[in-house]
Design a protein around this ligand. Structure first.
Ligand code: GLV
Ligand code: MN
Ligand code: MN
Length: 408
């Protein structure tokens, strides 16, 4: 099987066709989870999966599993997957690549008439992005037992629409029960600059940064921009601005791949000549070491308390996501590394700054990821771009690592 290679053109064409669903004028994708465009993306994937002879099941949170039988039907499947949802201004590759790469592995095995010992499943996990609905990695989180199904279904978007309602509206509330997974593989663009900057084709992913997400509500008092003296104001936006600087300072001065981002803010009443009485913002903290991640949050809470006093406001920090840094399975990581080496691709070990469904799958099954470079390290952006040859290389590594695990 060492000589087997994926069909690079077919993989690329599938990615480009999928990217038309929710395609944006700047060449990106807006396929927010559980929307009509998400439904179209799912329908297209299922159509292609059935064409490839796969049997499709959908579970209660809308995760899709497309199964190819193996010689040993009772063995726990090797699952290959990622997500089909995107950020509001996302790119063509984040998530879609991992699902299409899984499909291409199966199509390649079909062409070569190879039967694996263990069954294979291509998975598309619901709401990886965590943009329309929090928590992020919702589908893989439910599958892995991190979140109860009812908890996930009850979450609401900013318009008050629940996951349950949205899932039923697009016809993807299924009834498949969680099942054993023998191993999990996910291919993804790096979403950062390391591979491109070092001229490396394959990232052998060791694990992913842990994350803590907060919803922050700052409450002061609306008042007139003219008569209200500076020293008596209760300016929620001023406090928010100072907190943004603290998030940045904490991440910039902490070790272990620390990251800190405020990506969303709403100000009320949002009027030019009113001192803002309310500000809502998000905080996204990441780190490779759990104790450092905890210390970052402790420091944020201390600074928030001080800012609240100084600005005469209240600051409520509500934690909405917390998962510790993850380490992938050494034996599977080694198989990705040796597949890359055997195929003659340059490769290096790398830590994922982004979250992936692999983070939660790694809690229930041996897990590994394959990264390929993306242009300028830019992702979560419509201009996200990757080279066809790198996309194919990552899929060839995936194919060989999957075969090594699944057996023939
Ligand atoms: C998922 O895209 C993340 O926020 O890392
Ligand atoms: Mn992704
Ligand atoms: Mn993403």
């Amino acid at each position: 099987m060492d000589g087997l290679r994926v069909n690079a053109d077919r993989l690329w064409d599938s990615l480009m066709e999928l990217a038309r669903i929710g395609g944006t004028p700047k060449g990106g994708v807006c396929r927010l989870t559980l929307t009509e465009t998400d439904r179209q993306g799912r329908d297209t994937f299922i159509h292609w999966a059935r064409d490839a002879g796969l049997a499709v099941r959908v579970d209660g949170i809308g995760n899709i599993f497309a199964r190819r039988e193996g010689a040993d039907a009772a063995a726990a499947p090797v699952v290959i997957g990622s997500h089909l949802d995107s950020q509001p201004s996302g790119g063509k590759f984040d998530g879609a690549y991992g699902v299409m790469a899984g499909l291409e592995v199966v199509r390649t095995l079909n062409d070569a008439r190879v039967t694996t010992r263990v069954p294979l499943e291509v998975a598309a996990w619901t709401n990886e992005e965590g943009s329309r609905y929090v928590p992020t990695m919702m589908g893989s989180g439910v599958f892995s037992g991190v979140y109860a199904l009812d908890y996930a279904l009850a979450q609401q978007d900013s318009d008050g629409i629940s996951v349950r309602t949205a899932l039923e509206a697009i016809g993807y509330a299924g009834d498949a029960k969680p099942h054993a997974v023998g191993a999990y593989f996910e291919a993804h663009i790096e979403q950062g600059p390391v591979l491109e900057a070092t001229g490396t084709t394959i990232g052998v992913v060791q694990g992913a940064l842990g994350q803590r997400w907060f919803d922050v509500v700052i409450t002061g008092q609306d008042s007139h921009a003219g008569p209200t003296p500076m020293e008596t104001r209760r300016d929620a936006l001023l406090a928010a601005s100072r907190l943004v600087l603290e998030v940045n300072r904490i991440a910039t001065t902490s070790p272990d791949y620390a990251r800190g981002t405020v990506g969303s803010m709403q100000v009320k009443p949002n009027s030019r000549n009113v001192v803002p009485g309310e500000a809502r913002m998000t905080v996204d903290f990441r780190n490779a070491k759990d104790p450092t991640l905890i210390a970052m949050v402790d420091e944020l809470k201390r600074r928030a308390a001080a800012i609240a006093t100084e600005c005469r406001v209240t600051i409520d920090l509500r934690e909405v996501v917390y998962f510790a840094p993850s380490e992938f399975a050494p034996e599977l990581v080694a198989s990705v590394r040796s597949a890359a080496g055997a195929l003659g691709y340059s490769h290096r070990d790398i830590v994922s700054g982004a979250a992936h469904d692999a983070v939660y799958l790694s809690r229930v099954a041996p897990t590994a990821m394959v990264f390929v470079p993306c242009k300028g390290g830019i992702s979560h952006n419509e201009i996200e771009s990757a080279k066809p040859e790198d996309v194919a290389a990552g899929c060839n590594v995936l194919l060989q690592a999957v075969l090594a695990r699944a057996g023939t």
